[in-house]
Design a protein around this ligand. Structure first.
Ligand code: COA
Length: 171
């Protein structure tokens, strides 16, 4: 149940799948906001490995023992992000910034969102140095060829990846 007076932020993305880099951003976000809605985008144009439901389930399981789990809400959305943010009474959109290469597209998205709505602010958080080289695609590539992804994604993600990629090592 969301209290109207709480400061809510949306952390949107494909999360195909969630990585430790995403976890890092969610944990940092919780130091600023009361609640974070991790919102998985329904995007039929992106050829995803996991269904939206599978991605949401992996995210939920990844935070099941987290000390702040009641403030992490997992949801999905389609359509415009700013409309979704408004519907959820969110004051901010959180985006992670890994490197300068992320900047251009993030800048463009933030400006477009600002043009569409002045009610929601985009907040960029630096991804922890340890996760700067991680993306969902690179994780999938390593897993597909049987590489070890321990320490790069939460355990429930690794288990689910194993179902898709039998070569994935059990370390
Ligand atoms: N750690 C690790 N990886 C990270 C990361 C972090 N902190 N931050 C981003 N990434 C990676 C993701 O894993 C993903 O990797 P992949 O390309 O290998 O799958 C990549 O960066 C893209 O990140 P993601 O956050 O999933 O962005 P996206 O481009 O898929 O989605 C939305 C961005 C959802 C915010 C955007 O598409 C959106 O708002 N869509 C709704 C429609 C809309 O409103 N459009 C107008 C506004 S522009």
């Amino acid at each position: 149940m969301i209290n109207q007076e709480q400061r809510i932020a949306i952390y949107p993305g494909s999360f195909d799948p969630l990585t430790n880099g995403h976890v890092d951003i969610i944990e940092r976000g919780l130091k600023i906001f009361d609640k974070i809605i991790v919102a998985v985008l329904y995007n039929p144009s992106k050829n995803a490995l996991f269904s939206v439901e599978e991605r949401m389930e992996m995210i939920r399981k990844s935070f099941i023992n987290h000390s702040n789990k009641e403030n992490i809400i997992v949801d999905s959305f389609g359509g415009l992000l700013v409309d979704y943010a408004k519907q959820k009474d969110a004051v901010a959109i959180i985006r992670g910034m890994r490197a300068i290469s992320d900047f251009e597209s993030e800048f463009q998205m933030a400006l477009m969102n600002r043009k569409l709505s002045r009610d929601v602010q985009t907040i960029f958080l630096m991804t922890g140095l340890r996760w700067i080289f991680i993306s969902s695609s690179i994780l999938k590539e390593v897993a597909r060829f049987g590489g070890d992804i321990s320490g790069m994604a939460p355990h429930p993600v690794k288990c689910k990846m194993k179902e898709k990629f039998p070569l994935l090592k059990d370390k």
